[in-house]
Design a protein around this ligand. Structure first.
Ligand code: PLP
Length: 408
């Protein structure tokens, strides 16, 4: 019985793959945007010959990034996953140390710390913003807790005043997994500037992308020197290139976390087009939000909640259907009308590795379990044309929520 239920729970994560056939005229869930200078910069980087890390485009894009996020220092990395791994190294986490984080996030948030032998402690999310519930964090703290990692889901800020104060009071490091939040802010302050460190993603599914890429933002000057070393195979090569030492040596543990300057070239063009990308994404997001409001209210469907003081970067648009059966039927309904939609995170506390390497905080994660079953994301990207946005809206509005079957 328990096993059958378990298999049923697992099979729901396969459902989208089965229905999202590539058909003519289908509206893809995501498509990458090519910025004006992108191909020109790429060819400049390749022809220039200096294609290893920390070249001229890396310097350009790093300057754009620190300006946009209001951070003291940024280091380009090969992914957000690697930026998070760097944060675990820089915090000197030891086996048995605990790191508090949401269960409703991408596995990289937890993996980075589990790799150091630390224990992810999964806290439930708020039912409105789907962010780490700040009211539940204190009860999850033990004498092994070292850090709190927040994820600004959909780029809508967590309650950073409450979480920041708690971390200060309890002497815990605050890290932001800001993969969704580039360009977002909380009470006027950019996301990515709150934590001792913040990790950005430039994966092809993110607002600004270079295929695979990321950055570690450093808001604590004390960490900057060591961060350079950790990123360059545990050597002082960065200081050597600046002429500050006459040879470089192996001085710490580290790895190779710096991307090629070719990727930095692509990213430079993307970040230079940031305002245009954001304008286009916001117009899609707003159309969904305004034009689906009546349908949502009439069908018991929830739209995203953006609290006062939060400016979000239109990273994704989601709807919460009343239950799992409706969510699955809704995805199939959209697929029949040529619209690819997608669910999102499988809760980490109940994932196989989440159970092995982490544990839920006292009280478990009931909200996470529920919303993970109900959530569906609609296509949002700069090149989604107005006519296609209208087609998505029509397809959504044609769905009628089914009453729950008796006994569920
Ligand atoms: C995309 C994403 C990551 C991983 O980013 P990569 O650059 O692919 O490593 C981590 N955390 C969150 C919340 C993400 O959305």
């Amino acid at each position: 019985m328990e096993r059958a239920r378990e298999e049923n729970r697992e099979s729901r994560w396969l459902f989208t793959a089965a229905v999202s056939t590539t058909r003519l005229n289908a509206i893809a869930f995501n498509r990458t945007h090519v910025s004006d200078n992108e191909l020109g910069y790429l060819s400049e980087a390749v022809r220039g010959g200096a294609t290893c890390g920390d070249g001229p485009f890396t310097r350009r894009v790093t300057a754009l990034l620190t300006e946009l996020t209001g951070t003291g220092r940024a280091l380009l990395t090969t992914s957000c996953t690697h930026a998070l791994e760097m944060s675990a190294l820089l915090l000197d986490l030891r086996p048995g140390d605990e790191v508090i984080m949401p269960s409703f996030t991408f596995m990289s948030t937890a993996n980075a710390y589990a790799l150091r032998g630390a224990v992810p402690v999964f806290v439930d999310c708020r039912p409105d913003t789907l962010n780490l519930d700040e009211r539940l964090v204190e009860a999850a703290i033990t004498d092994r807790t070292r850090a709190v990692v927040v994820v600004h889901y959909a780029g809508v800020a967590c309650e950073m005043t409450a979480i920041g104060d708690l971390c200060d009071r309890r002497g815990l490091a605050l890290v932001e997994d800001n993969a969704h939040g580039l360009g977002g802010s909380y009470r006027g302050r950019p996301l990515g500037s709150f934590g001792r460190m913040a990790a950005q993603s430039f994966h092809s599914t993110k607002n600004v992308q270079c295929g695979e890429g990321g950055a570690l933002l450093l808001n604590d000057a004390e960490l900057a020197g060591r961060a350079e070393v950790v990123r360059e195979k545990g050597t002082d090569r960065s200081r050597f290139f600046r002429g500050q030492v006459d040879k470089y040596r192996w001085i710490d543990i580290g790895s190779s976390y710096l991307p090629s300057d070719i990727l930095a070239a692509q990213l430079t063009a993307q970040l230079e087009s940031f305002d245009r990308i954001q304008f286009l994404r916001h117009s899609v997001w707003r159309s969904y939000h305004e034009e689906l409001a009546g349908w949502a209210a009439g069908n018991g469907v929830s739209q995203p909640v953006v609290p006062d003081g939060c400016a979000h970067p239109a990273h994704l648009y989601y709807l919460l259907l009343p239950d799992l059966d409706n969510r699955q039927a809704f995805i199939a309904h959209l697929a029949d009308r040529g619209v690819q939609a997608a669910f999102h995170y499988q809760p980490l506390h109940s994932a196989p590795a989440g159970r092995r390497y982490g544990r839920p905080a006292p009280g478990g994660c009931p909200v996470t379990e529920e919303i993970a079953d109900r959530l569906v994301r609609l296509p949002v990207y700069p090149d989604l044309e107005e006519a296609d946005v209208a087609r998505v809206i029509d397809a959504v509005r044609a769905y009628r929520v089914r009453p729950r079957s008796a006994g569920t």
